[in-house]
Write a protein that binds this ligand. Structure first.
Ligand code: XMP
Length: 526
């Protein structure tokens, strides 16, 4: 082995350790680092001990934000050995306050100096951490803090201040310890990624992490976890479950069987298209389970969005369990769960994150399932899954498909779900997507769909009175589904589409367009 190769091999696990103190956006730190070609590992603060630090041998460390006050007796702390490792540390929000507090600074929680949302910081001193910042007098950042640092720890200098954070950015440049009160990992801090990039430069990372490395690690981890056991994979035809299936197939071959469940809540002709798309491109064992009657009967009379989601989630699992029993020897259920599904469905680390909606594959699962879960994409965001799909040579027909939620049209049909409503919705949806394709807009839009409202309104057609359903068209742009903006169609598109829907779909006499972004709305209606 050449000297250079040996050095590379020795250093192969160049790792940045992110210590999680319970912030909702901790995964965004890891995501930004992946964008900057650095591999990171997130560990909850409770897990940090000498053994783990030795094992990981991190090249740098980031402390995440968190919901607590460092002044609370039981708030998350870590052993001070971390400060003796001699590696650069960046503390974010709670992480900055903890860094200051543990190194002898002071935190003030009494004086009302909170900042939530957009804030502006001014430079006090130059630093490598802020290279590329302050080409004007101030920079925009995103804050979310109640307490603030009121006295710096020894040897630290202030680099920038905001109105309510006198120590918005601090540094001890000898030890390469940095603290920022704001969140550089969120999009709303426009130059946040530059700051993280600077921190990586200061830490001397090689920057050779790519989606290819993720792919190789994922294959290794799947093999380790599954061994020679058999797996069923819930396939929906969307990019997440398709990537999951291909990844698993590469790792374990025909020990994988995919199951495509038709719950009767799919788009028009979707089950034909998905089956064809999959069979045309892959030779993976695939079972088609038509369970429409079962799902629709259990949804009868149910109007609450969360109840619908839970019923569908439980039925999915029941169907998988039934097939697993028939097939013998199945130990694992694989799903294409992504990070946004997780963060919106469960409360993480007892933090402030609340359940927004139970994504069927996370919050809707029963406690006892009899199958172990495997979710290789659980830490990724949608656009990263698409990149992984490219890495796996998935055809564009898979990669560029708009997302479609597990509970399907049930959550686009507020109120009770009936076969009649689903049929109307399928017809509206078909026209809307057809129009979008005709106008060449499909790839500009993150997701487009229709919602059938339970409300009926009076109309007049051909001199006759109508009393039919109203529908909503929704189309959004987004990067990762966590935030979204409504798509700005031109007037011709909207008029043309509305006319087609009213003329071609019976049972609808009014078309509206949803102009709500996320937040405050969510993308789906339920
Ligand atoms: P929301 O409505 O939460 O949607 O803003 C964000 C993205 O997630 C999709 N979505 C789901 N996907 N199972 C899924 O696989 C679900 O239960 C589910 N609910 C929402 C939604 O279509 C959008 O792309």
């Amino acid at each position: 082995m050449t000297k250079q190769n040996k050095a590379l091999k020795d250093d192969i696990n160049e790792c940045l350790l992110v210590i999680d103190f319970g912030s909702q956006v901790t995964q965004l730190i890891a995501r930004r680092l992946r964008e900057l070609n650095v591999y990171s590992k997130i560990h909850p603060f409770q897990n940090i001990n000498q053994k783990l630090l030795k094992e990981l041998s991190p090249k740098a460390i980031i402390f995440s934000g968190g919901p607590r006050s460092v002044l609370d007796k039981n708030s998350p702390k870590i052993s001070k050995i971390i400060y003796k490792l001699g590696v650069p540390i960046l503390g974010i929000c709670y992480g900055q306050q903890l860094l200051m507090f543990q190194l002898g600074g002071k935190i003030n929680s009494k004086e009302k100096k909170s900042e939530f949302g957009r804030a502006y910081i001014k430079q006090k001193r130059k630093s490598k951490l802020l290279d590329g910042w302050f080409d004007k007098n101030f920079e925009e950042v995103w804050m979310s803090h109640g307490d603030h640092v009121s006295e710096m720890a020894i040897n630290f200098k202030v680099l920038a201040t905001s109105k309510n954070a006198p120590f918005a950015v601090v540094a001890d440049e000898k030890r390469n310890f940095y603290g920022v009160q704001f969140h550089p990992e969120v999009y709303h801090t426009p130059k946040g990624k530059i700051l993280l990039d600077n921190f990586l430069k200061i830490s001397g990372f090689r920057r050779d992490w790519t989606m290819q490395s993720f792919y190789q690690d994922a294959i290794k981890n799947i093999r380790k976890k599954i061994g020679n056991n058999k797996v069923i994979c819930a396939l929906s035809g969307g990019v997440d479950s398709s990537v999951t299936a291909i990844l698993l197939h590469k790792a374990i071959g025909n020990n994988l069987t995919c199951i495509f469940v038709n719950h009767g809540l799919l788009r028009k002709n979707e089950h034909f298209e998905v089956l064809k798309m999959f069979k045309d491109n892959y030779k993976i064992p695939l079972i088609y389970a038509n369970e429409s009657k079962l799902f629709l009967s259990k949804l009868k009379g149910i109007t609450s969005p969360e109840k619908k989601r839970k019923i569908i989630g439980n039925l999915f699992v029941k169907v998988f369990q039934d097939y697993a029993k028939k097939m013998d020897d199945i130990k694992f259920l694989a799903q294409g769960t992504l990070y946004p599904d997780v963060i919106e469905s469960i409360s993480v680390n007892d933090g402030p994150s609340v359940t927004i909606k139970s994504h069927h594959n996370v919050g809707g699962l029963p406690k006892k399932m009899g199958l172990k879960l495997i979710e290789p994409l659980r830490n990724l965001f949608k656009d990263e899954v698409r990149k992984l799909g490219n890495e796996l040579n998935l055809p564009n027909t898979f990669i560029k498909r708009h997302p479609f939620p597990g509970p399907g049209l049930a959550i686009r049909c507020p109120g009770e779900v009936t076969i009649k409503k689903i049929k109307i919705l399928q017809n509206i949806d078909e026209i809307f997507i057809d129009q979008i394709k005709k106008y060449n807009l499909y790839n500009e839009i993150w997701q487009a769909f229709s919602v059938l409202l339970p409300t009926r309104s009076v109309g007049v057609m051909g001199d006759k009175r109508t009393y039919d359903y109203a529908c909503v068209l929704r189309a959004v742009t987004s990067v990762d589904g966590m935030t979204a903006d409504y798509f700005k169609f031109d007037q011709n598109f909207l008029s043309d589409t509305s006319t087609r829907i009213i003329n071609e779909v019976s049972g609808v006499n009014r078309v509206t367009y949803d102009i709500t972004s996320k937040p405050p709305g969510t993308i789906e209606w339920e």
